[in-house]
Design a protein around this ligand. Structure first.
Ligand code: CP
Ligand code: NVA
Length: 310
């Protein structure tokens, strides 16, 4: 039975039921097929999505804008620098105003609370395009990419090597909801947020998933089906970059680390990659890597999200 998701916000995977996640993944599969067959499908004809960006983006901006166009709608790029938001207009008033023009809002920003507030005061669905805390659209697409390669998600083990950041947090939520075992392997002081860990473990008790925090990359990857990594310094942490290079030097996903993993392990990265830091050319360009499939699937999965909620 289809779940009605019209009007729903997408702020965190933690807020979604397993049925809703499956519905997004199934819809994405259908939309991907239609796209590959060049079949036109315009469920969002006449609808408009506003896309607020307070941080840079290649994949999120292009996949949302193109996705909206392919669904028959129109997408507006709203640079936060040019909005009155940057001159002190409140998030609440921005939400109230934009809701009078738009049918949906996608936002990429620093403070997660800003997205929560935008959704509270907006009468149209709000989609989180990344905050300092979470990146749900990326992880929904990643679940789709894993499913494409491994058929099923339940029981798989994903080892994330690196910073306990927005990607780690959304992977914990996504894995917990879908019955995957997630291991986060971070150096001391860079572990994931304790509240996200608590909530994802709570979700995991309902699905048979496990959420573990380790600090030894070799132990983490040993029985993994998927190895995932992300930059050591996220957007907004540029000043810490040099210091972080030292803290994370033992956490590189390279050929030597892969020798400890299963032969058919998948290697994933949300991109952009800092080649030679968290991942080597050899691995990201190697046969186990599915990073560009991940990037492509952002388009199909976000189209599914927009078609379902708008
Ligand atoms: N993975 C991702 O969100 O990429 P962008 O920062 O380019 O949007
Ligand atoms: N953790 C990274 C993800 C980029 C898609 C960042 O926030 O910069």
């Amino acid at each position: 039975m289809a779940v009605d998701m019209k009007g729903k916000d997408l702020i965190s995977i933690h807020d979604l039921s397993r049925e809703e996640i499956n519905q997004i993944l199934d819809t994405a599969h259908i939309l991907k097929m239609k796209h590959k067959l060049s079949e036109l499908y315009h469920p969002l004809k006449g609808k408009t999505l506003g896309m607020i960006f307070q941080k840079s983006s290649t994949r999120t901006r292009v996949s949302f804008e193109v996705g909206m166009y392919q669904l028959g709608g129109y997408a507006l790029f709203l640079s936060a620098n040019d909005l009155q938001l940057n001159r002190g207009e409140t998030v609440a008033d921005t939400a109230r105003n934009l809701s009078r023009y738009l049918d949906g809002i996608m936002i990429r920003t620093f403070s997660h609370q800003d997205v929560v507030d935008l959704a509270e005061y907006s009468s149209v669905p709000v989609i989180n395009g990344l905050t300092d805390l979470l990146h749900p659209c990326q992880v929904l697409s990643d679940l789709f990419s894993i499913k494409e390669k491994k058929q099923d998600l339940e029981g798989l083990k994903l080892a994330y090597i690196g910073d306990g950041n927005n990607m780690a947090h959304s992977l914990m939520f996504g894995g917990a909801k879908m019955g995957m075992h997630v291991v986060i392997c971070s150096p001391s002081g860079f572990e994931p947020d304790s509240e996200i860990t608590r909530l994802s473990r709570l979700d995991a008790t309902r699905t048979g998933a496990t959420i573990n925090i380790l600090d030894n990359p070799v132990d983490a990857v040993r029985t993994a089906d998927i190895i995932y990594t992300d930059v050591w310094a996220s957007m907004g942490q540029e000043e810490e970059h040099e210091k972080r290079l030292k803290s994370f030097s033992e956490y590189q996903v390279n050929g030597t680390l892969l020798e400890n993993a299963k032969e058919d392990v998948l290697v994933m990265h949300c991109l952009p990659a800092h080649r030679g830091e968290e991942i080597t050319d050899e691995v990201i360009d190697g046969p186990r890597s599915i990073v560009f499939d991940q990037a492509e699937n952002r388009l199909h999965v976000q189209k599914a999200v927009m078609a379902l909620v708008m």
